[in-house]
Design a binder for this molecule. Structure first.
Ligand code: BES
Ligand code: ZN
Length: 624
């Protein structure tokens, strides 16, 4: 149970941290590093300012593979005295605890340390892995529990800190952080930052490279390497509009600037909502703004996640479910209802795929992650099931009432980290109990604590997708040839639905009441039908990463060989886990495929991020 602590934060049990914030709580960090590309390390100091809630207790921090040189403590932040510390045994998932006994009244701890070249939260890129090919690049990825691999801290989302940082880099490179830049526009290899709002550790972020900046609006902009900056600025030109839209829906944007950093292609995620500076994969740069839902998503986290934060990784759906719901609301306001419903339908489809394969306990929103790596809890459950739950509340109570509820929720819990129980209590008090008859229609406990989705769950309706399905069926039944399918006005979302729908039908082996795609003599094998589509639509060469991914997945499944070189090129040039993991999994389903996967992976592995490497090693049972 939460204990009264003389401050507002209750202590929720976080199985993914050794820290003891109920006894000693870190409030502020002053960071100082040299970025040493030749050694692939950060080297410097972290000064932690702490609150002594239980005055005799030591400070316990999270670390992973850090090289600690020396620790000092201070009562005044000026005079430091040497201190002792002990490092606990290292756990594969959690890393190692670091215990620092504190003298009476000491409230500052200075740690001199360096990171390991293989730190799980850092990726060091050779110039060849960048767009510019001339300079090295480094970036962090702290969520879920990788901040501890580059900063010794209390790595639990229920501890919020403010921070300052000073970063020294090679002169020609620019450093950016999830913070205000205090050094002005000068590129001199010496940069200072300040984050004045308290944030959880997983939102601390740094990147260093040959970066350029282009303004998008008065408080929005984009950073990218020189060869990418113009394309990025064009693609992301709706960003300011999205910020304005979200403010209208959910209240003021509280972080000052909203910039986006477009990273090199090895970035393991689509996006990461680092405050003031979203990190994004370059694979969203499709040329037609068709994949900018990712910006809506990461921007939405400025309310759901960064302002109101999950207290533990079991409450992750509070971050991601809310954010997918907000993302769809932003899309609807900026690009219209039809587009939003297409995205919702694609999301529901992905959710149903997960529900068909996940074990029951993993289908629960308020998930038990004890003993597990929180990175592996990233299924569509917290995202899509969470969003569907909120949509159910919206549909039941009406949009106006639900919007008011969400606005007050974000204000009430602003800059706090909360548990699912706290959300439920707030929901009951401010929405359910005020409308008891309507409340009966929403099975809250079933949504949060049971597998599957309730029978009364909302169903997105996309007439555009219904038309796509009709066309697909006609083609599958050979009533029309591929060129005759009226695709001219199809959006990326319609293409994705077409391909997934066709694959579903192929997998079933049935179309209507006839078997058309099985392989008995006289019927064309799936590969021939793939070829037909490819000839008509050049899908193997699609420059849209989502379409290319879906096509390549189908190519493996249906043994469509002409796509092989493109598959190899894709796996060797892109490190986004959402794309590469399913492709390796699909390859690994047959012996020849597995062999091919291992051959490609042997070359690709050194270019992948440590987080992606951990996942693919697991898929291919790779022993290094
Ligand atoms: N916060 C997540 C990324 C994340 C989650 C990193 C868990 C580490 C652990 C981010 O907001 C996200 O959800 N990204 C998605 C894209 C989004 C459009 C669904 C991604 O990277 O695929
Ligand atoms: Zn997210």
């Amino acid at each position: 149970m939460a204990e009264a602590q003389g401050n507002r934060e209750p202590a929720a049990q976080d199985f993914h941290s050794y820290a003891n914030p109920a006894a000693v709580r870190v409030r502020h960090l002053d960071l100082d590093w040299d970025v040493l590309f030749d050694q692939k390390i950060l080297k410097g100091t972290a000064v932690l300012t702490v609150d002594r809630i239980s005055p005799t207790q030591p400070l316990i921090l999270d670390t992973r593979d850090l090289n600690i040189e020396k620790v000092e403590t201070s009562l005044d932040g000026v005079n430091y005295s040497p201190a002792t510390f002990t490092i606990g045994s290292s756990d594969k998932i959690l890393g190692a605890s670091m215990t620092i006994p504190l003298p009476a009244k000491a409230n500052r701890v200075r740690i001199h340390y360096s990171t390991a070249p293989g730190a799980s939260g850092l990726q060091w890129l050779e110039p060849t892995q960048t767009a510019g090919k001339k300079d090295p690049f480094v970036f962090t990825q702290s969520e879920a529990i990788h901040a501890r691999s580059w900063i010794p801290l209390q790595d639990t989302p229920q501890v919020r800190v403010t921070y300052t940082a000073r970063v020294r880099t090679p002169r020609q490179l620019l450093a950016v952080m999830s913070a205000e830049n205090l050094s002005g526009p000068a590129r001199d290899g010496d940069y200072s930052f300040r984050m004045r709002q308290p944030i959880p550790s997983y939102l601390i972020a740094l990147a260093v490279g040959d970066l350029r900046f282009k303004a998008l609006g008065s408080r929005t902009g984009v950073y990218a390497e020189p060869p990418v900056i113009d394309l990025a600025a064009k693609e992301l030109s709706d960003t300011e509009k999205m910020v304005v839209t979200t403010e209208r829906l959910y209240g003021p944007y509280r972080w000052g600037r909203y910039d986006i950093l477009v990273l090199p292609p090895s970035f393991p995620y689509g996006g990461m909502e680092n405050p003031r500076l979203t990190f994004a994969t370059p694979t969203i740069l499709a040329g037609d703004k068709s994949l900018v839902s990712l910006v809506a998503h990461e921007l939405a986290h400025s309310w759901s996640g960064n302002l109101v934060t999950n207290a533990t990784w079991s409450d992750f759906w509070l971050n991601e479910g809310f954010t997918v719901y907000l993302e769809r609301r932003i899309l609807e306001a900026v690009y219209g209802h039809a587009r939003e419903e297409m995205e919702a339908a694609l999301g529901l489809r992905d959710l149903n795929e997960d529900l068909a394969t996940l074990p029951d306990p993993d289908e629960i929103l308020h998930i038990d992650l004890k003993g597990r790596d929180p990175d592996e809890g990233s299924t569509d459950i917290p995202y899509e099931k969470g969003a569907l739950f909120l949509r159910h509340l919206e549909e039941t109570f009406g949009r106006a009432r639900f919007d008011r509820f969400l606005r007050s929720y974000f204000n009430h819990f602003a800059f706090q980290s909360i548990t699912t129980e706290q959300f439920v209590a707030y929901l009951k008090l401010n929405l359910l109990s005020k409308n008891p008859t309507l409340a009966e229609r929403v099975p809250v406990d079933e949504w949060l604590n049971k597998p599957g989705i309730p029978a009364s769950a909302p169903k997105p309706v996309s007439p555009a997708f219904a038309r796509v399905e009709e066309q697909a069926m006609r083609w599958l039944r050979r009533e029309v040839t591929a060129e005759k399918i009226p695709t001219a006005k199809w959006t990326t979302q319609e293409w994705l639905h077409f391909l997934k729908f066709v694959q579903d039908q192929v997998s079933k082996g049935f179309v209507g009441d006839r078997i058309v795609l099985s392989v008995p003599p006289g019927t064309a094998p799936p590969a021939a039908r793939m070829e037909e589509l490819d000839k008509a639509f050049h899908l193997t060469r699609s420059g849209n990463s989502e379409i290319a991914f879906q096509w390549l997945l189908m190519s493996i499944r249906n043994r469509y060989e002409p796509a092989s070189p493109r598959l190899e090129e894709f796996l060797l040039s892109i490190g986004r886990r959402k794309f590469i993991k399913p492709l390796y999994e699909e390859l690994a389903k047959t012996p020849q495929g597995k062999e091919r996967a291992l051959r490609i992976y042997a070359r690709a592995r050194p270019t992948y991020h440590p987080i992606a490497v951990a996942s693919i090693d697991e898929v291919l049972k790779w022993k290094s």
